[in-house]
Ligand binder design. Structure first.
Ligand code: ADP
Ligand code: CDP
Length: 215
């Protein structure tokens, strides 16, 4: 099967930008698994599902049809035929996604979908559990990190009207939820290479990923 690159790490470490850049350079597909958890969360919010009730989330998570594109130049995400690329980045979804992603039934469903999309490989896949759970056989596993300051600065630069301090708080909350949940918490996979991007440019990080792939 073709090459699979697993890219994991916390929010703002650079997973999306680095994965897209590397996929483009290598002529590979690209999958943003976080967008799938966000799409599921967007749908649950729209349906009025009580997200504080894991049983309610589990009972409904088989319903939405989540379709994810794999073009690094224009990653697409649809739920039930609706383009949700914009709405899934809004703060309402960002604030709720960790609770939805902690529900084992949600993870089982989305992991199965992700494995289908990966198929024969030839893809860079980013998320929180790609090297540990989704594709432990990935030929290259990378764990991106960056200081909380760098991550908060990057995210607030992307989102109009958000302060670095507010971003830092929101990220710390999500980090805690993502790394302490019972099912497949964020952790570094066996065989993963840790890459601290705090003091690197995006181009430098992509070059390092290409070097690891070529090894
Ligand atoms: P994640 O997917 O981990 O949340 P993103 O790729 O969405 O991270 O966000 C990272 C942001 O930080 C982007 O706007 C990117 O351009 C910027 N950035 C600045 N320096 C770097 C770097 N060294 N590596 C990756 N991204 C960087
Ligand atoms: O964009 P950002 O890096 O902030 O987050 P994301 O990659 O879009 O992921 C959003 C949320 O989805 C995370 O905070 C996790 O709760 C969840 N997620 C997950 O549990 N497993 C994955 N493989 C990807 C995301």
């Amino acid at each position: 099967t073709g090459l699979v690159v697993a890219m994991d790490g916390p929010s703002g470490s650079g997973k999306s930008s680095v994965s897209r850049g590397a996929a483009r350079a290598l002529g590979l597909r690209y999958l943003d698994t976080g967008a799938m958890y966000r799409a599921m969360t967007w749908w649950m919010l729209r349906q009025g599902v009580d997200l504080s009730d894991p049983a309610a989330v589990a009972a409904r998570c088989g319903e939405p049809v989540v379709v994810s594109g794999t073009d690094p130049d224009g990653p697409a995400i649809h739920v039930g035929g609706v383009d949700v690329a914009g709405p899934i980045r809004e703060s309402e979804v960002t604030g709720a996604v960790s609770a939805v992603a902690a529900v084992p039934e949600v993870r089982a469903r989305l992991v199965a979908l992700q494995r289908e999309i990966i198929g024969d490989g030839g893809i860079v896949v980013e998320g929180r559990d790609i090297g540990t759970v989704v594709w432990p056989d990935a030929a290259v596993k990378i764990y991106l990190t960056a200081s909380p300051e760098a991550r908060a600065r990057r995210r607030s630069a992307e989102l109009a009207g958000s302060t670095v301090e507010a971003q830092r708080e929101a990220m710390a909350k999500r980090d805690t939820l993502d790394s302490t949940r019972k099912t497949d918490p964020l952790s570094m996979a066996v065989g993963a290479v840790e890459l601290d991007t705090s003091d690197l440019t995006l181009e430098e990080v992509i070059a390092e990923v290409l070097r690891l792939v070529a090894e």
